[in-house]
Design a protein around this ligand. Structure first.
Ligand code: M6R
Length: 617
């Protein structure tokens, strides 16, 4: 999704903004731009925009900076990566957008819902529009209401907007000031030494400072290199606490790997160790998840759980459903987060809602959280990004501690989400009907997770070889049952999003109810069939596939000879309990998808049309 960055300081602002935009590339975008303010008030803003990648923008900016009129460039600039919504990814539609007089530039994330009305009013007043975007109205509106006070003009403009925004504004008339505002799209302030940054995402700030302040909806901030003042939309001063980010720059770099996705796959043993650290209590036969802020008597009252999430987080949530039902005996629903609002689910007094989101910024999940708040539910967040909107709005929950996930394709978030859900199921189970003995069996298995993950990663070469055999395919099915059903849904998602192979995940039993009609020798079926209660039935499903000449790639327990006669290829995972099997199975699927995408020449970390965090509904 779109990314914004603004810089006020003593460094070359254009360089800082370009490197910030590069850090935001992972979010997914199709054009980029920068506006730099001259040190001398009244000199024109330097505006450079490009369709395509930030490297293209950087090249064009280099040419512009050779122009002597730009030598007075100040340490103030804003930049934007755009993920097209209103209008194609062209240079004209790229941000920043200028006001008609050229004095104001804006970079905007979000959607202005009433832009057509505003556009028509401005057109009647003689304003001419260059882009097809909803955002351009903001720049013209600021010009229209400006009477010498930039902050006042921005406030008046915000009062006319309906929709969502994470917004940064600069003006050639105010060479020391950036103004930013938030409503529904994240904005974070980075507090440096003699420099202040604004961004939509901490990864754009982290190489400058780890001290940040998150804006809340309705906040407006006026920034100079040495200070920032936050007010409400009514200009009442607001105080927000600063926090320290615990991520390092190295964590958001590739560290010798060809792709972030591969790096993040390899990080899973460490990420799982961090997720589990200090949370397993063998002596008390329970899990310690203090962020949930629910004592035993609160937990004991929970008699229904609704999980709201999207994509990979939703598939982790499906594993969570099985865990909560098996270990805590609590009926659990998993709802696609947008559907949570669309279908108006029933939340009762002792219902708990769990919102799962790696980024903590997914608009559909956030909307579900807000609907849950309106319904009076006890809401918990399960997020990776500390300080993210969902983490803050839920107010209680559990962080994954998986470290930053940069690749659009989610990997380590899934495995850590499953690990945390398993710990939650133990904690809830112990306040319901789970015995200490059963809890300790689960806990012991959870301590093996890093080793299980590593055992699959160690087979990367073998999985890459298998991928060579399948790299030409255009369609694939993934099947599994029980705990492996969500795992194959996730496997299909991984394959389709990065390799563009059309892949469908099904419950193994469902294939014969229709999809089997599609099977041919050119459509492989990837079967999750490790040792589990459903293995015999899944083997029968494998036979059905092979009878239709479909090649079968099994993901099975190491040394399980039952599988050999029914499969063309086998990826082995270590022997483990059924409830943790989604973790090694999904890691095998991640590596398979990664190598399929590599062999097909796909752009793995930033697949076409996708964004890392989907901040529009
Ligand atoms: O940040 P979230 O976990 O809320 O993101 C949810 C989905 O957008 C995300 O998992 C998406 O499906 C990924 N591209 C999957 O790899």
């Amino acid at each position: 999704m779109c990314g914004i960055i603004g810089y006020a300081g003593n460094k070359n602002a254009a360089n800082v903004v370009i490197s910030g935009l590069k850090r935001l590339e992972y979010r997914g975008y199709d054009s980029a731009g920068i506006a730099q303010v001259s040190a001398t008030a009244g000199q024109p803003l330097l505006l450079v925009k490009a369709a395509g990648k930030v490297a293209e923008l950087e090249g064009q900016l280099g040419k512009q900076l050779d122009n002597p009129t730009d030598q007075q460039a100040s340490g103030l600039a804003i930049g934007h990566t755009r993920w097209a919504t209103h209008g194609e990814p062209t240079t004209e539609n790229a941000h920043p957008h200028l006001s008609q007089d050229g004095n104001f530039a804006i970079a905007h994330n979000g959607i202005i819902e009433n832009y057509l009305t505003l556009r028509s009013k401005l057109t009647q007043k003689g304003y001419e529009f260059i882009s097809e975007t909803d955002s351009e109205v903001i720049a013209h509106l600021i010009q229209d209401v400006y009477e010498g006070d930039l902050q006042a003009a921005v406030m008046t403009t915000l009062g006319q907007l309906e929709g969502t925004y994470g917004l940064i504004v600069v003006s050639s008339l105010h060479p020391d000031t950036l103004i930013a505002a938030r409503n529904g799209s994240p904005v974070v302030i980075g507090i440096g030494q003699g420099e202040t940054l604004i961004a939509s995402d901490i990864s754009a700030l982290i190489s400058h400072t780890k001290r940040v302040v998150y804006l809340d909806d309705g906040d407006v901030v006026t920034v100079s290199k040495d200070s920032f003042d936050i007010t409400s939309l009514k200009n009442v001063p607001v105080s927000r606490d600063a926090t320290e980010i615990d991520w390092n720059v190295e964590e958001i770099e590739k560290g010798g790997f060809d792709h972030f996705m591969l790096k993040e796959i390899y990080e899973q043993p460490t990420a799982l160790t961090n997720s589990l650290r200090g949370r397993l209590d063998l002596k008390g036969a329970t899990a310690k998840l203090s962020g949930m802020q629910l004592g035993p008597s609160d937990l004991a009252h929970i008699d229904r759980i609704t999980i709201a999430a999207c994509g990979t987080s939703m598939y982790a949530g499906m594993v969570g459903k099985y865990l909560f039902e098996d270990f805590a005996s609590i009926p659990t629903d998993v709802v696609q987060a947008a559907e949570f609002r669309d279908r108006n689910p029933i939340m009762q007094r002792d219902s708990m809602m769990l919102a799962i989101s790696q980024s903590g910024e997914t608009a559909d999940t956030l909307a579900a959280v807000r609907e849950g708040v309106r319904k009076g539910a006890t809401i918990l967040g399960l997020c990776n990004v500390v300080g993210s909107t969902i983490a803050r709005e839920t107010g209680r929950g559990v962080y994954l501690h998986a470290g930053p996930e940069i690749s659009v394709a989610s990997t380590k978030a899934f495995t850590c989400q499953v690990a945390v859900l398993a710990m939650m199921s133990v904690l809830l189970g112990r306040t319901h009907r789970m015995s200490a003995e059963s809890a300790n069996r689960v806990i012991s298995e959870l301590t093996r997770l890093p080793e299980l993950a590593q055992a699959v990663i160690d087979q990367e070469d073998k999985i890459a070889k298998i991928a060579e055999k399948y790299a030409h395919i255009e369609h694939a099915f993934f099947i599994g049952r029980g705990y492996l059903f969500p795992a194959v849904m996730e496997g299909a998602l991984k394959l389709k999003e990065i390799s563009y192979v059309h892949a469908e995940g099904y419950h193994a039993a469902e294939l014969k109810h229709g999809p089997i009609a599609l099977l041919t020798k050119d459509i492989p079926v990837i079967v999750a069939v490790p040792e589990s209660s459903g293995k015999a039935k899944t083997i029968a499903n494998m036979q059905e596939c092979r009878a239709r000449k479909a090649p079968v790639l099994a993901i099975a327990t190491a040394g399980d000879t039952d599988i050999h006669a029914h499969s063309d290829d086998i990826i082995e995972i270590p022997r483990c309990e059924e409830f943790v099997a989604p973790i090694p199975v999904v890691i095998a699927e991640q590596l398979f998808a990664y190598h399929m995408a590599r062999l097909r020449g796909c752009e793995i970390d930033q697949p076409r049309n996708l964004a890392k965090s989907v901040t529009v509904e």
